[in-house]
Ligand binder design. Sequence first.
Ligand code: ZN
Length: 115
Amino acid sequence: MHEMSLAMDMTRIIGEALGRKAPLERVNITIGPLSGISAESLRFCFTEIARMEGFGEPELVINHTEARLLCLECRTEYEVADFYQGCPECGSISRRILSGREFTVDSVEIDEDSE
Ligand SMILES: [Zn+2]
């Protein structure tokens, strides 16, 4: 499962950033609609792996961005949450992807009480 390896990457990145393993209160991430990541599946995998790896049971807060596209027909820039939506000006689906593939770990909050 794709999300399982992403969840393992996340715990590795968090562990390196903190320099230790600590129980986490909350983890904030950003997922773009074109990243191909299933938020529900990632949430499930991350919860399992965080506990196994010694990070407690953090709440995973997922910030969903919109995709930003450039219409190649009329040069309009537009944002969509659904990739299959065409240009709002001319209806064309020929476009360049400007953003929307993000997958970032933005911040973590440590549960200080349990240390
Ligand atoms: Zn257009």
